[in-house]
Design a binder for this molecule. Structure first.
Ligand code: CIZ
Ligand code: SF4
Length: 320
């Protein structure tokens, strides 16, 4: 505890000294989100994190999340210093979509419009016609489908299948998944719903179709938080990373939130509803980002950055 107090005090002092701001994801640990709020930083989903970073007055952004979020921030704010608590914080979707193989897949289907999820490397974004996040994917695919375009979608196959089902769009899928959401189990969820029949089920569409089918609300992190405030239920079963409970509970202190069950149990599941890469964003790592001279900064090759900026700005303009 005294160790934590040391890091917290030092981080507060260093953020001011370096004109830096913490920009954190909803999936980071509660103490990181609390510190972000205390220091006047910002907590949200990947799209809003990048937008906030771009519009912030701070010269240095400390992105507490995973690597693709740091890269997206850098692509939008090349003149700013973007630091990450650890550059080892990656994402199974990014890892499962290497640029060479993805590029070959695109080349094999030149008549398709390439739409990629934000959870990808700068190189994959640079190969795409559109970048989308889960908060806006449905609207953008609807728009492209209405224009008669065939879509090559990557990398999350569950989110892709959900969008294809909702829109009826012609979508060719890359076969990637998020290790956190992929583990939620419809069978276990049915049993849990039996124990809490009055609970509403909130599901992020990176989850398997069988889990999405049971949802009372499906959406991005921001959309699920809004649903938890608006819906009249007193209890919620939530199928997304448990980091989201910090904000849900803060905004609706009288409500009760349960983690959706995974196929394994505490002993066998890979992630147990918490992303191992998000969990790397501890106090010590943030302190290191502010004190080490190397090993934390995000760099994106300038030619690649300009290419990746095009589909990213297409999304931002569409959202505006
Ligand atoms: O699963 C993730 O990493 C999400 C939901 C990212 C995002 O778009 O905020
Ligand atoms: Fe990637 Fe899933 Fe972790 Fe998000 S929660 S960063 S999609 S592995």
């Amino acid at each position: 505890a005294t160790q934590n107090a040391f890091y917290t005090d030092e981080i507060k002092r260093l953020l001011v000294e370096k004109n830096a701001v913490l920009v954190s994801h909803y999936y980071t640990d509660p103490e990181i989100q609390a510190l972000t709020e205390e220091t006047g930083g910002f907590i949200s989903d990947s799209l809003e994190m990048a937008r906030y970073g771009r519009d912030s007055e701070a010269q240095t952004l400390i992105v507490a999340g995973v690597k693709f979020m740091g890269e997206t921030s850098k692509i939008l704010s090349p003149q700013k210093t973007v630091l990450m608590p650890t550059l080892d914080a990656t994402c199974s979707l990014d890892l499962g979509c290497p640029i060479d193989e993805f590029s070959a897949f695109c080349d094999a289907h030149p008549d398709h419009t390439v739409v990629v999820y934000a959870n990808t490397s700068a190189a994959v974004k640079a190969r795409a016609d559109w970048v989308v996040t889960s908060s806006i994917a449905l609207e953008i695919v609807e728009h492209l489908d209405a224009m008669g375009e065939k879509i090559l979608w990557g990398p999350d196959r569950h989110l892709g299948a959900y969008i294809a089902k909702q829109t009826g769009a012609d979508m060719l899928m890359w076969q990637g998944e998020c290790i956190v959401h992929d583990e939620f189990s419809a069978n276990a969820l049915k049993k849990m719903k039996h124990l809490h029949p009055d609970a509403a089920i909130l599901v992020h569409p990176e989850s398997p179709a069988s889990v999405v089918e049971m949802a009372d609300a499906v959406g991005s992190t921001t959309q699920l938080i809004q649903a938890s405030q608006k819906m009249n239920n007193e209890k919620f079963i939530v199928a997304t990373d448990r980091g989201i409970f910090y904000k849900m509970q803060q905004l609706a202190p009288e409500k009760t939130f349960y983690e959706a069950p995974t196929a394994g149990n505490g002993a066998t599941c890979k992630s147990c509803a918490h992303c191992p890469w998000m969990a790397m964003n501890g106090l010590k790592a943030i302190y290191n980002a502010l004190t080490d001279n190397t090993g934390h900064e995000i760099f994106v090759d300038e030619a690649l950055r300009q290419k990746a900026l095009v589909p990213l700005n297409r999304m931002l303009d569409f959202a505006a």
